[in-house]
Design a protein around this ligand. Structure first.
Ligand code: SF4
Length: 392
């Protein structure tokens, strides 16, 4: 058993960065928190300034550009109890932690690491009560921050209480721990024991893994995934599409293929959210979509199961196609259930970074047009309010 890697929270403690650059990067960390660990830092090729692992975890002065919003998907609008959000009918989301195994520079929840930890619940009693009273909730997602940063005993206390609620079938753990620090999983026999207890053949625990680049799929990471899977967890992967990290079709193909080879289906690829400090990672929607499609073109069916979606305030909007003049969207999930499946064609906008940047609607059709005569012209809240205005 290799010992747990030490966490690194000061740029000073990083090897491979010259002194003057450390000073510039330390400025960035005054605004956006920095955290990695010895294991993850060891994956960086310090000779390559564009190294993808470096871009994921090492601050960049461009983060200080005034662009983006702190909560671009307006998650706070869906908060129903301390640390608990309910946006999609079947799914409740618990913000369990304000720490991760590292802090991704592009994190869309970086607000949680910036003295906004009031969004995290220390006590989930109210949230658990809410789920109990809502039989439509069949899925509970524990995320944050990373739930695997909690001691297994604390995580199990939360999971046991959720498991007492009959109508909750699936518990998801949104975690990048297998990528950031597989030793958290490999060195804790209590974790697979806990998974084995609570992931049953009829009610599974899912691990929503977060590999952004195939270089993160080290032998240790693959072993960690296997420990969880052998204990009964179902593992899938989701990643944003990120400039300079996985924005090359062959890089994304490689990630999809490697994931499929080890039995982890690519689940979602997200348009990078226009979060404060994220300009350097952003790609226009249509460019991202074309990269995504090119990447899938050289994959087997099993490797191309991901959907490319915009996690908009109104729902998960899949980009389903593009012609010369039009871009096509479909609501894969929607805060307003009447929007699920809704199909929208907009005049193409190569400058669009987010759904709100599509202005000229060409077609708007519903899958079940007869079921609701009160169908609104646009989903509620589609327009971005001032506090989340994307600054281009
Ligand atoms: S693992 Fe997820 S929540 Fe944590 S810093 Fe990365 S993107 Fe944010």
């Amino acid at each position: 058993m290799m010992k747990n890697p030490r966490y690194i929270t000061s740029i000073e403690d990083l090897p491979g960065i010259p002194g003057d650059e450390k000073m510039r990067l330390a400025e960035v960390t005054k605004k956006f928190a920095f955290r990695t660990n010895e294991y993850y830092a060891s994956l960086i090729n310090w000779d390559d300034p564009g190294d993808p692992i470096r871009r994921i975890i090492i601050p960049d002065p461009r983060e200080l550009e005034d662009w983006g919003a702190l909560d671009p998907s307006r998650e706070q609008d869906y908060t129903v109890a301390p640390g608990v959000q309910h946006k999609y009918r079947e799914t409740a989301l618990f913000l369990t932690s304000d720490v991760c195994g590292g802090f991704c520079r592009f994190c869309f929840r970086k607000r949680l690491f910036m003295n906004r930890a009031d969004e995290i619940a220390r006590d989930f009693s109210e949230g658990i009560g809410y789920v109990r009273e809502h039989p439509e909730i069949t899925n509970v997602l524990l995320t944050g921050g990373d739930p695997l940063l909690m001691a297994t005993s604390r995580l199990e206390r939360i999971i046991s209480r959720i498991r007492e609620i009959d109508h909750v079938q699936i518990i998801r753990l949104g975690s990048k721990m297998a990528a950031f620090n597989p030793y958290r999983i490999l060195n804790d026999p209590d974790l697979p024991r806990m998974i084995r207890t609570h992931s049953t053949i009829e009610k599974r625990i899912y691990l929503m893994a977060h590999f952004n680049h195939a270089r993160e799929l080290t032998p240790q990471a693959i072993d960690a995934l296997e420990v969880l899977r052998a204990a009964g967890a179902i593992v899938v992967n989701q990643t944003p599409l990120l400039r300079g990290i996985n924005s090359d079709p062959s890089t994304l193909t490689d990630l999809f293929k490697r994931l499929s080879f080890i039995g982890v289906p690519p689940y979602y690829v997200f348009q990078c959210r226009p979060t404060l400090g994220n300009h350097l990672f952003e790609m226009p929607v249509e460019e991202s979509y074309l990269i995504f499609e090119k990447a899938r073109a050289s994959c087997s069916g099993l490797a191309k199961r991901a959907r490319f979606v915009i996690s908009h305030a109104t729902g998960k909007i899949e980009v389903v196609g593009k012609t010369e003049n039009a871009t096509y969207f479909k609501y894969h999930q929607a805060a307003d259930p009447r929007d699920v499946g809704r199909f929208l064609a907009f005049r193409s906008n190569p400058e669009a970074f987010w759904f709100d940047d599509y202005i000229e609607l060409l077609e708007d059709s519903r899958v079940f047009p007869d079921e609701d005569e009160h169908f609104p012209a646009f989903p509620t809240g589609r327009k971005t309010p001032d506090d989340t205005q994307v600054i281009g």
